[in-house]
Design a binder for this molecule. Structure first.
Ligand SMILES: [Zn+2]
Length: 177
């Protein structure tokens, strides 16, 4: 049987109706070799290589590895690394009471969030298009996306945020009287 390309990845066209996932061997959208597990790419490197070949922009202001390839072929060190006020990634961990679940809830795994703003007291992050505000003093969530559960920034992330000097000065002395 002739191999047909099964590809819905970056820069590809829609999958034709007559291609059946169950019966068609999949080949890598980048290098054309059969994929080991029926996915669209051999590995992450092929995913990135195809985005580069398609002319995607590399958005890694901190020089970190590419972890996200968008549908427009942009390659980012964080999904929100193209936000105009993006600083660097920080890590939030779940610190709530142990959840009695038979299986680990993957939504409680540590999250890599994008630091957008800090004034030294609070920090604003972006994760999956949602904002969370955090105390830079104890690292706890103060409101937003991560507020409904108990989340905290890691000590390492808090230290990095504290070390960041605000690039825009504040309004100066508080207004009195
Ligand atoms: Zn490949």
């Amino acid at each position: 049987m002739k191999e047909k390309k099964w590809c819905s990845g970056a820069g590809s066209l829609a999958v034709p109706e007559d291609i059946k996932q169950e019966t068609t061997p999949r080949i890598c959208c980048c290098c054309g070799k059969p994929t080991p597990d029926g996915s669209n790419y051999c590995n992450w490197q092929c995913t990135v290589d195809l985005a580069k070949r398609n002319g995607g922009r590399v958005i890694t202001p901190n020089g970190l590895p590419i972890v996200c390839v968008r549908a427009d072929n942009a390659m980012l060190e964080h999904e929100h690394a193209d936000h105009p006020d993006y600083k660097f990634p920080v890590t939030a961990e779940y610190v709530g009471a142990p959840v009695e679940l038979p299986e680990w809830d993957c939504s409680l795994k540590p999250q890599t969030q994008a630091l957008i703003y800090t004034d030294g007291d609070v920090a604003l992050t972006l994760y999956e298009c949602c904002f969370t505000i955090w105390s830079v003093h104890n690292g706890l969530s103060l409101g937003g996306f991560s507020y409904w559960k108990a989340w905290r920034l890691t000590e390492e992330s808090i230290a990095k945020i504290r070390a960041l000097k605000p690039s825009v000065p504040g309004p100066g002395k508080p207004i009195s009287e």
